[in-house]
Design a protein around this ligand. Sequence first.
Ligand SMILES: [Ca+2]
Ligand SMILES: [Ca+2]
Length: 138
Amino acid sequence: HTPPVIADSSPTTSAEGQVRLVNGGNSSCSGRVEIFLRGQWGTVCDDNWDLNDANVVCRQLGCGRARSALQSAAFGQGSGPIWLDNVSCSGNEPSITDCRHPGFGIHNCGHVEDAGVVCEGKSNHPSIAYTAYPFWVA
Ligand SMILES: [Ca+2]
Ligand SMILES: [Ca+2]
């Protein structure tokens, strides 16, 4: 069972605080972490980037838990602003932008330090709806 995909090819419809993973090959659940803020997609610096931070991104995207938090532009260098640096998540935040950080766009990084994640994959919680009636009840 696959949930319906809402087609969104227009860059102008990206929502403030939206997160995406870029350049992860076939997987939509791995790649360079990018965040949409103030009308621009930007990246996350790898300073203090760890599994707690990666877990928030993976869960936010419905990709389960994080397998690894990657540093040093493992998925290539992004462009545009570096929106986050020194990200400090406890792991339970609903969104990466809810984690502690010095402020959007405040950093001492270059794109060679762009952060990435590898998540386990699609959410392991398929929406299987069991019928209330066993098959032998007419
Ligand atoms: Ca961190
Ligand atoms: Ca830093």
